[in-house]
Design a protein around this ligand. Sequence first.
Ligand code: IPD
Ligand code: CA
Ligand code: CA
Length: 274
Amino acid sequence: MTRHTPDQLQIFLDIATEAALAAGAVLQSYWGKLEAVEEKGRPGDLVTEADKAAEAIILSVINRHFPHHQVLAEESGQLGDTNSEYLWAIDPLDGTTNYAHQYPFFSASIGLLIDGVPQVGVVYDPFHQELFRAAKGLGATCNRRSIRVSKTAELSKSLLVTGFAYDRRETADNNYAEFCHLTHLTQGVRRSGSASIDLVYVACGRLDGYWERGLQPWDLAAGVVIVEEAGGKVSAYDGSPLVIHSGRILATNGYLHPQISQELLQITPLSRWQ
Ligand code: IPD
Ligand code: CA
Ligand code: CA
């Protein structure tokens, strides 16, 4: 794998920040004024003019600086040179359902994978004006202040978060059983509706752990770097290394990782919902 100096990573981080802030301004400008909300395929999987306009501005910033990099963007798909070691994973509006209902939890999420490994991440929440950033070895910040994961080590004292993929009505692997099981064992399980916000809230200690299935690389790439750089742990459900294309992630403060992993592995689906 090509090694990058801190200065090189900082340049990627600064350009991702420029793109995320520009996207955030676009999202703010459409807030409460949406005219076109469409379903993309599965029920509930929405796209709006704000998603498209935010993605266009992110792509223009990335392309201007890095015309030879690969891009995987939610609304435009795969773009650029497939031989490039750099892949930008872009979710211009993570939390579209929230946004369409004016429920204020959403972000622009921009991650950079180098040789398949997430190394730079920016998640910008324009509503709350929180800018979360990290790059490998450079630490994680929110609004330029250093952030750390929580120290909660007991499941019974923890507050977790999860989400439910758009295929939830079509599969028994719908996360309903996991949600019930962990709700019973913890102080609560939240469902924010934005995977990137879930990850950065784990990173800054507001939440102690997050798991979800059915995700895409653009939901995860930025947030996983921010969690890791804030001292947390990300993995597959069984604790093995995260495979970003699997769509399945467990992200915690580290202390709770083995306990949550163990609980997730022993759950059988709620067949009633199949
Ligand atoms: C969704 C959100 C949600 C998660 C879904 C994602 P979108 O992204 O991150 O929290 O549960 O699986 O698809 O569609 O709002 O960009
Ligand atoms: Ca998303
Ligand atoms: Ca999205």
